[in-house]
Design a binder for this molecule. Sequence first.
Ligand code: TYM
Length: 346
Amino acid sequence: NAVVFSGIQPTGVPHLGNYLGAMRQWKRLQDDAHEDDKLLYSIVDLHAITMPQDAEILRRRRREMLAALIAIGLDPERSILFYQSSVSQHAELMWILSCTASMGYLSRMTQWKSKLQMSNKGEDLDDAAAARLKLGLFSYPVLQAADILVHGATHVPVGHDQKQHLEFARECATNFNHKFANVLVPPETVLTNSPRVMSLMNPNNKMSKSAPNEKSRILIMAEPQEIHQRIMGAVTDFENVVTYEPRRRPGVANLLELLAQCSPNYVAPAVLAEKMAGASLGELKQQVSRAVTAELGGIRDRYHDLLSRHGGKYLDEIEEAGAEKARKSAEETMRAVRYAVGLSSR
Ligand code: TYM
Protein backbone atom coordinates (compact mmCIF):
# COMPACT_ATOMS: atom_id res chain seq x y z
CA ASN A 1 0.00 0.00 0.00
CA ALA A 2 1.12 3.50 -0.75
CA VAL A 3 2.11 5.89 2.01
CA VAL A 4 2.18 9.50 0.88
CA PHE A 5 4.04 12.08 2.96
CA SER A 6 4.84 15.71 2.35
CA GLY A 7 5.54 18.85 4.35
CA ILE A 8 5.39 22.60 4.18
CA GLN A 9 7.03 25.21 6.41
CA PRO A 10 4.71 27.56 8.28
CA THR A 11 6.77 30.60 7.36
CA GLY A 12 3.95 32.52 5.66
CA VAL A 13 0.82 32.08 3.59
CA PRO A 14 1.50 29.64 0.71
CA HIS A 15 1.95 31.13 -2.75
CA LEU A 16 1.18 29.96 -6.25
CA GLY A 17 4.52 28.09 -6.39
CA ASN A 18 3.71 26.04 -3.29
CA TYR A 19 0.22 25.46 -4.58
CA LEU A 20 0.93 24.46 -8.19
CA GLY A 21 4.28 22.86 -7.39
CA ALA A 22 3.11 20.71 -4.50
CA MET A 23 -0.14 21.30 -2.63
CA ARG A 24 -2.48 20.79 -5.55
CA GLN A 25 -0.76 17.48 -6.15
CA TRP A 26 -1.43 16.55 -2.52
CA LYS A 27 -5.14 17.01 -3.05
CA ARG A 28 -5.09 15.02 -6.29
CA LEU A 29 -3.27 12.16 -4.62
CA GLN A 30 -5.83 12.26 -1.83
CA ASP A 31 -8.73 12.18 -4.24
CA ASP A 32 -7.23 9.34 -6.30
CA ALA A 33 -5.98 7.32 -3.34
CA HIS A 34 -7.00 3.74 -2.76
CA GLU A 35 -8.89 3.09 0.46
CA ASP A 36 -5.86 1.39 2.06
CA ASP A 37 -3.37 4.10 1.16
CA LYS A 38 -2.18 6.36 3.93
CA LEU A 39 -1.68 10.11 3.40
CA LEU A 40 0.16 12.41 5.78
CA TYR A 41 0.76 16.14 5.33
CA SER A 42 2.78 17.90 7.96
CA ILE A 43 3.25 21.53 8.90
CA VAL A 44 6.97 21.40 9.55
CA ASP A 45 7.41 23.89 12.37
CA LEU A 46 10.72 22.36 13.49
CA HIS A 47 12.12 23.15 10.07
CA ALA A 48 10.78 26.70 10.29
CA ILE A 49 12.90 27.43 13.38
CA THR A 50 16.13 26.77 11.48
CA MET A 51 15.67 30.48 10.70
CA PRO A 52 14.83 32.99 13.47
CA GLN A 53 11.07 33.10 14.17
CA ASP A 54 8.99 35.20 16.51
CA ALA A 55 7.05 32.85 18.81
CA GLU A 56 3.69 34.64 18.46
CA ILE A 57 3.98 34.83 14.72
CA LEU A 58 5.00 31.19 14.40
CA ARG A 59 2.02 30.15 16.55
CA ARG A 60 -0.31 32.08 14.27
CA ARG A 61 1.27 30.83 11.07
CA ARG A 62 1.07 27.18 12.02
CA ARG A 63 -2.65 27.54 12.45
CA GLU A 64 -3.03 29.55 9.25
CA MET A 65 -1.17 26.85 7.36
CA LEU A 66 -3.49 24.21 8.73
CA ALA A 67 -6.47 26.29 7.55
CA ALA A 68 -4.79 26.69 4.16
CA LEU A 69 -4.34 22.92 3.75
CA ILE A 70 -8.01 22.33 4.44
CA ALA A 71 -9.03 25.27 2.26
CA ILE A 72 -7.26 23.81 -0.79
CA GLY A 73 -9.30 20.65 -0.35
CA LEU A 74 -7.41 18.31 1.96
CA ASP A 75 -9.92 16.41 4.04
CA PRO A 76 -8.80 15.90 7.65
CA GLU A 77 -10.90 12.74 7.81
CA ARG A 78 -8.93 11.25 4.94
CA SER A 79 -5.48 12.87 5.14
CA ILE A 80 -3.56 13.07 8.39
CA LEU A 81 -2.76 16.75 9.00
CA PHE A 82 -0.43 17.60 11.87
CA TYR A 83 2.30 19.82 13.25
CA GLN A 84 5.68 18.14 13.01
CA SER A 85 6.61 19.16 16.57
CA SER A 86 3.55 17.33 17.95
CA VAL A 87 5.10 14.00 16.90
CA SER A 88 8.37 13.65 18.79
CA GLN A 89 9.36 10.52 16.82
CA HIS A 90 10.44 12.82 13.97
CA ALA A 91 13.14 14.41 16.12
CA GLU A 92 14.08 11.07 17.64
CA LEU A 93 14.69 9.43 14.26
CA MET A 94 16.54 12.52 13.13
CA TRP A 95 19.10 12.02 15.88
CA ILE A 96 19.60 8.37 14.98
CA LEU A 97 20.01 9.23 11.28
CA SER A 98 22.47 12.00 12.21
CA CYS A 99 24.75 9.29 13.52
CA THR A 100 25.08 7.71 10.07
CA ALA A 101 24.66 10.81 7.86
CA SER A 102 27.72 12.08 6.02
CA MET A 103 28.95 15.63 6.77
CA GLY A 104 30.47 15.72 3.31
CA TYR A 105 27.16 14.99 1.61
CA LEU A 106 25.35 17.56 3.77
CA SER A 107 27.89 20.27 3.07
CA ARG A 108 27.32 19.84 -0.68
CA MET A 109 23.55 20.47 -0.45
CA THR A 110 22.44 23.50 -2.46
CA GLN A 111 20.26 25.03 0.24
CA TRP A 112 23.11 24.97 2.75
CA LYS A 113 25.56 26.34 0.22
CA SER A 114 23.30 29.26 -0.65
CA LYS A 115 22.71 30.12 3.02
CA LEU A 116 26.44 29.82 3.59
CA GLN A 117 27.09 32.22 0.75
CA MET A 118 24.48 34.71 1.99
CA SER A 119 26.00 34.78 5.42
CA ASN A 120 29.56 34.75 4.22
CA LYS A 121 29.61 36.57 0.85
CA GLY A 122 31.51 33.75 -0.80
CA GLU A 123 34.72 34.01 1.24
CA ASP A 124 36.13 31.22 3.35
CA LEU A 125 34.16 30.66 6.51
CA ASP A 126 35.54 33.05 9.14
CA ASP A 127 34.73 32.81 12.86
CA ALA A 128 31.99 35.44 12.78
CA ALA A 129 30.19 33.78 9.86
CA ALA A 130 30.59 30.36 11.46
CA ALA A 131 28.95 31.70 14.63
CA ARG A 132 26.02 33.14 12.69
CA LEU A 133 25.34 29.86 10.90
CA LYS A 134 23.38 27.39 12.95
CA LEU A 135 23.77 23.65 13.25
CA GLY A 136 20.03 23.16 12.64
CA LEU A 137 20.33 24.69 9.21
CA PHE A 138 23.13 22.31 8.34
CA SER A 139 21.24 19.25 9.50
CA TYR A 140 17.92 20.44 8.02
CA PRO A 141 17.94 17.62 5.41
CA VAL A 142 18.41 14.96 8.12
CA LEU A 143 15.19 16.10 9.80
CA GLN A 144 13.46 16.07 6.43
CA ALA A 145 14.69 12.51 5.84
CA ALA A 146 13.35 11.53 9.27
CA ASP A 147 9.93 13.06 8.43
CA ILE A 148 9.68 10.83 5.41
CA LEU A 149 11.25 7.65 6.73
CA VAL A 150 9.50 7.63 10.10
CA HIS A 151 6.19 7.05 8.32
CA GLY A 152 7.60 4.61 5.78
CA ALA A 153 6.51 6.95 3.00
CA THR A 154 6.61 5.38 -0.45
CA HIS A 155 5.64 8.58 -2.31
CA VAL A 156 6.73 12.14 -1.55
CA PRO A 157 5.06 14.82 -3.71
CA VAL A 158 7.27 17.94 -3.74
CA GLY A 159 8.39 20.71 -6.06
CA HIS A 160 11.63 20.48 -8.06
CA ASP A 161 13.62 22.41 -5.45
CA GLN A 162 13.24 19.50 -3.03
CA LYS A 163 14.67 16.81 -5.32
CA GLN A 164 18.09 16.94 -3.72
CA HIS A 165 16.63 16.59 -0.25
CA LEU A 166 14.72 13.51 -1.36
CA GLU A 167 17.82 11.99 -2.85
CA PHE A 168 19.49 12.51 0.53
CA ALA A 169 16.55 10.85 2.31
CA ARG A 170 16.99 7.78 0.12
CA GLU A 171 20.67 7.78 0.98
CA CYS A 172 19.83 7.92 4.71
CA ALA A 173 17.49 4.93 4.34
CA THR A 174 20.06 2.88 2.44
CA ASN A 175 22.82 3.73 4.93
CA PHE A 176 20.67 2.77 7.86
CA ASN A 177 19.47 -0.47 6.30
CA HIS A 178 23.02 -1.43 5.38
CA LYS A 179 24.42 -0.70 8.83
CA PHE A 180 21.59 -2.06 11.01
CA ALA A 181 18.66 -3.94 9.50
CA ASN A 182 16.30 -3.55 6.63
CA VAL A 183 13.64 -1.36 8.28
CA LEU A 184 13.53 1.94 6.37
CA VAL A 185 11.83 2.40 2.99
CA PRO A 186 13.68 4.49 0.38
CA PRO A 187 10.93 6.83 -0.93
CA GLU A 188 10.09 7.89 -4.46
CA THR A 189 9.78 11.49 -5.53
CA VAL A 190 6.50 12.46 -7.22
CA LEU A 191 6.85 15.37 -9.65
CA THR A 192 4.23 14.60 -12.31
CA ASN A 193 3.74 17.71 -14.35
CA SER A 194 4.79 19.85 -11.40
CA PRO A 195 5.93 23.27 -12.60
CA ARG A 196 8.72 25.40 -11.15
CA VAL A 197 6.88 28.63 -10.58
CA MET A 198 9.23 31.58 -10.96
CA SER A 199 9.26 34.98 -9.27
CA LEU A 200 7.11 37.60 -11.01
CA MET A 201 9.84 40.20 -10.46
CA ASN A 202 12.87 38.12 -11.42
CA PRO A 203 11.90 35.11 -13.53
CA ASN A 204 15.32 33.53 -13.04
CA ASN A 205 14.54 32.89 -9.36
CA LYS A 206 11.83 30.64 -8.00
CA MET A 207 8.78 32.23 -6.40
CA SER A 208 9.45 32.15 -2.66
CA LYS A 209 7.77 32.99 0.64
CA SER A 210 10.81 34.90 1.84
CA ALA A 211 11.72 37.15 -1.12
CA PRO A 212 11.60 40.77 0.14
CA ASN A 213 9.50 42.08 -2.76
CA GLU A 214 5.87 41.06 -2.21
CA LYS A 215 5.09 41.72 -5.84
CA SER A 216 7.23 38.71 -6.75
CA ARG A 217 4.56 36.28 -5.54
CA ILE A 218 0.83 35.63 -5.51
CA LEU A 219 -0.54 34.28 -2.25
CA ILE A 220 -3.21 31.67 -2.65
CA MET A 221 -5.56 33.83 -0.54
CA ALA A 222 -5.08 36.93 -2.70
CA GLU A 223 -8.11 39.01 -3.71
CA PRO A 224 -8.89 38.95 -7.47
CA GLN A 225 -7.83 42.58 -7.78
CA GLU A 226 -4.45 41.85 -6.25
CA ILE A 227 -3.94 38.81 -8.48
CA HIS A 228 -4.69 41.02 -11.46
CA GLN A 229 -2.24 43.73 -10.42
CA ARG A 230 0.58 41.29 -9.75
CA ILE A 231 0.17 39.44 -13.04
CA MET A 232 -0.13 42.68 -15.04
CA GLY A 233 3.02 43.92 -13.27
CA ALA A 234 5.04 40.74 -13.91
CA VAL A 235 8.46 41.38 -15.42
CA THR A 236 8.73 40.03 -18.96
CA ASP A 237 10.80 41.60 -21.75
CA PHE A 238 10.50 44.11 -24.55
CA GLU A 239 9.32 41.85 -27.36
CA ASN A 240 5.59 42.29 -27.50
CA VAL A 241 4.78 38.84 -28.89
CA VAL A 242 4.00 35.50 -27.28
CA THR A 243 6.57 32.72 -27.72
CA TYR A 244 7.61 29.89 -25.43
CA GLU A 245 11.37 30.10 -24.98
CA PRO A 246 12.12 29.34 -21.33
CA ARG A 247 15.83 30.13 -21.60
CA ARG A 248 15.67 33.30 -23.63
CA ARG A 249 12.33 34.60 -22.35
CA PRO A 250 11.88 33.23 -18.81
CA GLY A 251 9.25 35.80 -17.80
CA VAL A 252 6.94 35.02 -20.70
CA ALA A 253 7.55 31.28 -20.26
CA ASN A 254 6.55 31.56 -16.61
CA LEU A 255 3.26 33.25 -17.55
CA LEU A 256 2.55 30.57 -20.13
CA GLU A 257 3.29 27.91 -17.56
CA LEU A 258 0.83 29.54 -15.13
CA LEU A 259 -1.79 29.66 -17.86
CA ALA A 260 -1.17 26.01 -18.73
CA GLN A 261 -1.42 24.94 -15.10
CA CYS A 262 -4.54 26.98 -14.35
CA SER A 263 -6.51 26.08 -17.47
CA PRO A 264 -9.35 23.62 -16.83
CA ASN A 265 -7.59 21.13 -19.11
CA TYR A 266 -3.81 21.16 -19.16
CA VAL A 267 -2.35 22.19 -22.52
CA ALA A 268 1.46 22.40 -22.73
CA PRO A 269 2.81 25.99 -22.60
CA ALA A 270 4.49 25.62 -26.00
CA VAL A 271 1.14 24.72 -27.55
CA LEU A 272 -0.55 27.65 -25.82
CA ALA A 273 2.12 29.96 -27.24
CA GLU A 274 1.41 28.72 -30.76
CA LYS A 275 -2.31 29.27 -30.24
CA MET A 276 -1.59 32.82 -29.07
CA ALA A 277 0.68 33.74 -31.96
CA GLY A 278 -0.21 37.32 -32.87
CA ALA A 279 -1.40 38.23 -29.37
CA SER A 280 0.35 40.86 -27.25
CA LEU A 281 1.92 40.29 -23.84
CA GLY A 282 -0.88 42.40 -22.37
CA GLU A 283 -3.43 39.97 -23.77
CA LEU A 284 -1.46 37.03 -22.42
CA LYS A 285 -1.39 38.63 -18.96
CA GLN A 286 -5.15 39.23 -19.07
CA GLN A 287 -5.71 35.54 -19.78
CA VAL A 288 -3.31 34.44 -17.07
CA SER A 289 -4.97 36.74 -14.56
CA ARG A 290 -8.41 35.29 -15.35
CA ALA A 291 -7.17 31.69 -15.19
CA VAL A 292 -5.34 32.16 -11.88
CA THR A 293 -8.30 33.99 -10.34
CA ALA A 294 -10.60 31.15 -11.34
CA GLU A 295 -8.20 28.50 -10.03
CA LEU A 296 -7.88 30.20 -6.62
CA GLY A 297 -11.54 31.18 -6.38
CA GLY A 298 -13.17 29.60 -3.34
CA ILE A 299 -9.92 28.86 -1.51
CA ARG A 300 -9.84 32.33 0.06
CA ASP A 301 -13.41 32.14 1.34
CA ARG A 302 -12.97 28.68 2.83
CA TYR A 303 -9.73 29.82 4.47
CA HIS A 304 -11.23 32.80 6.28
CA ASP A 305 -14.24 30.75 7.29
CA LEU A 306 -12.01 28.05 8.82
CA LEU A 307 -9.91 30.51 10.78
CA SER A 308 -12.92 32.11 12.38
CA ARG A 309 -14.96 28.97 13.01
CA HIS A 310 -15.55 28.53 16.76
CA GLY A 311 -12.78 31.00 17.49
CA GLY A 312 -10.24 28.66 15.89
CA LYS A 313 -11.12 25.78 18.20
CA TYR A 314 -12.18 23.70 15.27
CA LEU A 315 -8.61 23.77 13.92
CA ASP A 316 -7.13 22.78 17.29
CA GLU A 317 -9.33 19.72 17.35
CA ILE A 318 -8.31 18.72 13.86
CA GLU A 319 -4.64 19.11 14.75
CA GLU A 320 -4.95 17.03 17.90
CA ALA A 321 -6.70 14.22 16.07
CA GLY A 322 -4.09 14.35 13.27
CA ALA A 323 -1.17 14.30 15.70
CA GLU A 324 -2.62 11.28 17.46
CA LYS A 325 -2.79 9.32 14.21
CA ALA A 326 0.64 10.48 13.09
CA ARG A 327 2.19 9.41 16.41
CA LYS A 328 0.75 5.93 15.93
CA SER A 329 2.09 5.75 12.40
CA ALA A 330 5.57 6.95 13.42
CA GLU A 331 5.79 4.73 16.48
CA GLU A 332 5.46 1.61 14.33
CA THR A 333 8.67 2.47 12.50
CA MET A 334 10.43 3.70 15.63
CA ARG A 335 9.90 0.42 17.43
CA ALA A 336 11.75 -1.43 14.66
CA VAL A 337 14.42 1.29 14.45
CA ARG A 338 15.14 1.28 18.19
CA TYR A 339 15.42 -2.48 18.20
CA ALA A 340 17.68 -2.58 15.13
CA VAL A 341 20.07 -0.07 16.69
CA GLY A 342 20.05 -1.77 20.10
CA LEU A 343 18.13 0.94 21.90
CA SER A 344 15.38 -1.36 23.10
CA SER A 345 15.25 -4.95 24.27
CA ARG A 346 12.22 -6.00 22.24
P1 TYM B 1 8.56 24.66 1.45
O1 TYM B 1 7.76 25.01 2.67
O2 TYM B 1 9.63 25.60 1.03
O3 TYM B 1 7.62 24.45 0.21
C1 TYM B 1 6.51 23.54 0.22
C2 TYM B 1 6.39 22.88 -1.16
O4 TYM B 1 6.25 23.87 -2.19
C3 TYM B 1 7.18 23.62 -3.24
N1 TYM B 1 7.59 24.91 -3.84
C4 TYM B 1 7.55 25.21 -5.16
N2 TYM B 1 7.18 24.49 -6.23
C5 TYM B 1 7.24 25.09 -7.43
N3 TYM B 1 7.64 26.38 -7.63
C6 TYM B 1 8.02 27.14 -6.58
N4 TYM B 1 8.38 28.40 -6.76
C7 TYM B 1 7.99 26.56 -5.27
N5 TYM B 1 8.29 27.01 -4.03
C8 TYM B 1 8.05 26.00 -3.17
C9 TYM B 1 8.34 22.92 -2.55
O5 TYM B 1 9.10 22.15 -3.46
C10 TYM B 1 7.65 22.06 -1.52
O6 TYM B 1 7.25 20.82 -2.06
N6 TYM B 1 11.94 21.30 3.02
C11 TYM B 1 10.55 21.46 2.63
C12 TYM B 1 9.56 21.03 3.68
C13 TYM B 1 9.69 19.63 4.17
C14 TYM B 1 9.34 18.43 3.47
C15 TYM B 1 9.61 17.38 4.39
C16 TYM B 1 8.86 18.17 2.20
C17 TYM B 1 10.14 19.26 5.40
N7 TYM B 1 10.08 17.91 5.52
C18 TYM B 1 9.39 16.07 4.02
C19 TYM B 1 8.63 16.84 1.85
C20 TYM B 1 8.91 15.81 2.75
C21 TYM B 1 10.30 22.93 2.35
O7 TYM B 1 11.00 23.79 2.81
O8 TYM B 1 9.18 23.19 1.63
